[in-house]
Design a protein around this ligand. Structure first.
Ligand SMILES: *Cc1c(COP(=O)(O)O)cnc(C)c1O
Length: 395
């Protein structure tokens, strides 16, 4: 049977690895040497489980949507990550990583953020654990995302506006790496998705795998079997998707459908459809598919949804798409908006714009009657209200 986990060097097929400056070698090998032992320890498991339960509010419900089920002629369940504390799945990862940082004796946390969601999730756990926190954020994003900047500051974090490059996520990540190079001994860098140098993609996937562990238990109760026919999730860097599929990767009865951001159309020059358009390259420490020009310049991605506009993709998803374990659809801004308004009006759930891409992917599928489909609703739409208000007339 085909295996979908990383090899010893941190590769999924040709994708992954650790392409890092010499000065970070010790940070990365220390983390690589420690993370599996820590995650497997009784102390970590007890702390992680109790915080996920009492602080985050897990397990997140698995909700059978009558409306979506009728419409698509299959049983459509929503995995409600939108109900987590801070409003999305990102908190699962930041809680796990700050516990690992503490176990490794680190006393300071840094992070990068684009729209600010990962920055807020990181600032939140730093307040919880009373650790100093510095968040790098492109100046363009700082100006666009004032509420999240204010939230991070209220939580006690220092937000550093980055003025290099396009002043967005890619530049913020570069700056966070630079900070880590200057403070390798006392600082842990909390990466927010299944990206970056090995062991981060595997570490983040394992921390988010609580999503699929819960789906197994919940489906056993609701369906009398622990697996669905289809799993559906959106992919930015790929962490909510990795968590959703983790426990099912080697179960070939389970089909995987991923939705990436098609922006104004895959061929419009304004999208973040990395799996459709990307070619192999190295960015932020790993080899993966990247949106780039002929001569290897990274192109600025675009999506209406800030959480999906990253020019790369987690190496696990680049690999799953390449070996056809996952089917990947590009969803346009308009398709995502339409799906978001429909869920809002028919179910009373306002989804995050990212999650709306997964919802819109359902429309492009034909399911067999009785198929069990689990779609991860990665976050709630509070942060996207301004965008929704702007487009409401059209939908
Ligand atoms: C950040 C974010 C995403 C995209 O990140 P992944 O690592 O691909 O999961 C998706 N949905 C929401 C709600 C987010 O905040």
């Amino acid at each position: 049977m085909q295996q979908f986990s990383i090899d010893k060097k941190g590769y999924y097929g040709e994708f992954g690895g650790a392409y890092i400056p010499e000065i970070l070698h010790k940070c990365i090998t220390d983390l690589e040497g420690a993370y599996l032992r820590i995650i497997g320890s009784e102390r970590f498991k007890a702390d992680f489980d109790s915080l996920l339960r009492d602080y985050v509010g897990r397990p997140s419900p698995l909700y059978l949507s009558r409306q979506l089920s009728e419409r698509y002629g299959a049983k459509i369940y929503l995995k409600r990550e939108d109900l987590n504390h801070t409003g999305a799945h990102k908190i699962n990862n930041t809680i796990g990583q700050i516990l690992i940082a503490r176990e490794m004796g680190k006393t300071r946390i840094i992070a990068e953020t684009g729209a600010g969601q990962h920055g807020v999730a990181t600032a939140t756990v730093c307040a919880l654990m009373q650790m100093p926190c510095t968040v790098y954020m492109g100046r363009t994003d700082v100006e666009r995302q004032q509420v999240n900047v204010k939230k991070m500051e209220m939580l006690g974090a220092t937000v550093v506006p980055v003025t290099s490059g396009n002043m967005t996520l890619k530049d913020a990540t570069n700056e966070a790496i630079r900070d880590w190079c200057s403070h390798p001994a006392d600082t842990h860098y909390i990466i927010g998705s299944t990206i970056g140098p090995h062991p981060y993609p595997d570490l983040v996937a394992r921390l988010q795998s609580v999503i699929s562990k819960e789906i197994k238990l919940q489906l056993t109760v609701k369906e009398g079997r622990d697996y669905p026919d289809w799993l559906v999730a959106c992919v930015g860097g790929g962490s909510n998707a990795a968590g959703t599929i983790y426990e099912y990767l080697n179960n070939d009865k389970v089909q995987i459908l991923l939705a990436e951001a098609g922006g104004k159309g895959v061929d419009s020059g304004e999208s973040a459809a990395t799996i459709h358009l990307g070619r192999p390259g190295v960015l932020h420490g790993c080899k993966t598919l990247l949106m780039q020009t002929e001569d290897g310049q990274i192109t600025e991605p675009y999506s209406i949804s800030a959480g999906l506009d990253y020019p790369g993709i987690g190496p696990i998803h680049a690999y799953l798409a390449q070996v056809k374990r996952a089917r990947v659809l590009a969803i346009t801004d308009d398709e995502a908006l339409r799906a978001a308004f429909e869920l809002t009006r028919n179910e009373g759930i306002i989804p995050a714009l990212e999650s709306a891409h997964a919802l819109a992917a359902l429309e492009k599928m034909t399911f067999a009657p009785g198929d069990v489909v689990v779609l991860t609703l990665s976050g709630r739409g509070d942060k996207d209200l301004e965008t929704y208000f702007k487009y409401e007339e059209r939908f």
